[in-house]
Design a protein around this ligand. Structure first.
Ligand SMILES: C[S@@+](CC[C@H](N)C(=O)[O-])C[C@H]1O[C@@H](n2cnc3c(N)ncnc32)[C@H](O)[C@@H]1O
Ligand code: SF4
Ligand code: SF4
Ligand code: SF4
Length: 407
């Protein structure tokens, strides 16, 4: 007998418990300006009632035994600890024995012993945003008084380590730090971060205004923001770090884009939406219950509805959201459809597809040249690691293979 399970995928919606409110004011931040959609609301705080409604519905809509709650922002540590204690109580109440995990994405500046003890006790995975060594980090990650934040973030990381909280580092790659890949990579190793995620900054702006005016993806007349990384920088950055990683650190340091590339090489699902064939599996719920297609598409035209008027599962499995996710593949321009590394790249994120391809079709990813360089550069290594995996040997064998003079 076959079982029809249309939703045999986890339902995943990230939460914004303080909307876009934040104690910092990073120049490149795409989320700060979202408050302009909520000028009617005096305070951008998720009520206990909404928290309960979401928790109940989110848990009831799940078709998988494991459920992940992700706390995001703005800066989610601007809510007091009592809010998260309440959230855990509700998870227990409505979880009916399911395994529930929590992750939180933070700038790390507000961490205290008390927060870290709580995260440890409740098994939170903490994502910390840090853009590399002090000089790089402080270039754009500054507080509302324009003061640098590196020291405060490092203090937070020390506290996480002291309390043995599991954490990973999220770093953006921009015009300023992209030319120093090795300094950047070695820094993360030195501070003891094993799990790394690099995100390229690609933003556009309108009317020459930087902040708060990052341009919507639908705006045609937008210029590139000066802090964006160039395709060449991005390609060189990835290739240089890959070369260092593949010789020394496979199986010790986990770099998300390298892992996802290997996953695509062997035909598994990559761990990140940008490298997948289709997307749209991760929605966002704002402090007032509005649900959007994706964290990078919090614009009125991508609103799926509000949890007070529409069921969560209905919004996430709606035609509109399905189309949003399928468009990632369906709208690829001809150059991508013919590309020999399409299976690894899939045109990356649709938010970055504002260039024109060699046939004059729109919708080519602005970073195309960088990705093309990277995927071609890693080909022999990925082929080797794929072979090892297929024969049930660890991909880390590649380090020995390289020492023997390969490829
Ligand atoms: C918007 S923040 C929210 C959570 C928290 N305030 C933090 O900084 O980690 C989430 C992540 O997005 C990254 N980010 C901010 N602006 C970005 C942009 N324009 N492009 C890509 N990533 C960006 C941040 O560095 C951070 O790692
Ligand atoms: S700390 Fe996070 S939310 Fe705040 S401005 Fe920086 S990137 Fe944006
Ligand atoms: S639009 Fe980009 S960030 Fe959003 S889900 Fe798709 S690939 Fe991921
Ligand atoms: S490398 Fe360029 S052409 Fe190839 S799939 Fe990626 S974006 Fe498209």
């Amino acid at each position: 007998m076959s079982v029809y399970a249309p939703f045999a995928k986890p339902l995943y919606v990230m939460l914004k418990p303080v909307g876009s409110f934040c104690n910092l004011s990073c120049d490149y931040c795409y989320y700060l300006e979202k408050s302009k959609f909520y000028t009617q609301n005096k305070n951008h705080v998720m009520s206990d009632e909404l928290l309960e409604r979401f928790t109940r519905e989110y848990l009831e809509s799940q078709t998988m035994p494991q459920v992940l709650f992700t706390w995001h922002g703005g800066e989610p540590l601007m809510r007091p600890l009592s809010f998260y204690k309440k959230a855990l109580e509700l998870q227990k109440q409505y979880g009916r024995g399911r395994q529930i995990d929590n992750s939180i994405q933070t700038n790390g500046t507000l961490l205290t012993d008390e927060w870290c003890a709580f995260f440890k006790e409740n098994n939170f995975l903490v994502g910390i945003s840090i853009d590399g060594p002090q000089e790089f980090h402080d270039e754009y990650r500054r507080d509302k008084m324009n003061r640098p934040t590196f020291q405060r973030v490092m203090r937070g990381i020390e506290l996480l380590k002291k309390h043995e909280v599991e954490f990973n580092c999220m770093a953006v790659v921009n015009d300023y730090n992209a030319d120093y890949p090795l300094e950047f990579y070695r820094f993360f190793k030195e501070i003891g971060c094993q799990f790394l995620q690099f995100t390229p900054i690609v933003e556009r702006m309108t009317n020459g205004q930087l902040h708060p005016a990052l341009a919507s993806v639908t705006e045609k007349k937008a210029e590139l923001a000066p802090f964006s990384v160039t395709p060449q920088q991005w390609g060189n950055f990835l290739c240089t770090i890959f070369d260092e990683w593949v010789k020394n650190d496979v199986g010790k340091i986990f770099v998300q884009i390298f892992d996802s590339t290997l996953a695509n090489w062997v035909g598994e699902q990559p761990g990140v939406c940008t490298m997948a064939k289709t997307c749209g599996h991760a929605g966002v719920m704002e402090f007032n219950g509005d649900v959007y297609s994706c964290d990078h598409f919090v614009f009125p035209e991508y609103k799926l509805g509000n949890i007070y008027t529409e069921p969560l599962a209905g919004m996430m499995y709606s035609e509109k959201q399905l189309k949003f996710g399928n468009d990632k593949f369906d709208k690829l321009p001809r150059q991508c459809k013919e590309c020999d590394v399409l299976f690894a790249c899939y045109g990356e994120c649709p938010k970055n597809r504002f260039s024109t391809d060699k046939y004059g079709e729109t919708g080519l990813n602005y970073l195309c040249k960088g990705y093309f360089q990277f995927f071609h550069h890693v080909m022999p290594y990925m082929d080797f690691m794929k072979k090892e995996l297929m024969e049930q040997r660890p991909p880390a064998n590649i380090m020995k293979w390289i020492k023997q003079g390969n490829p």
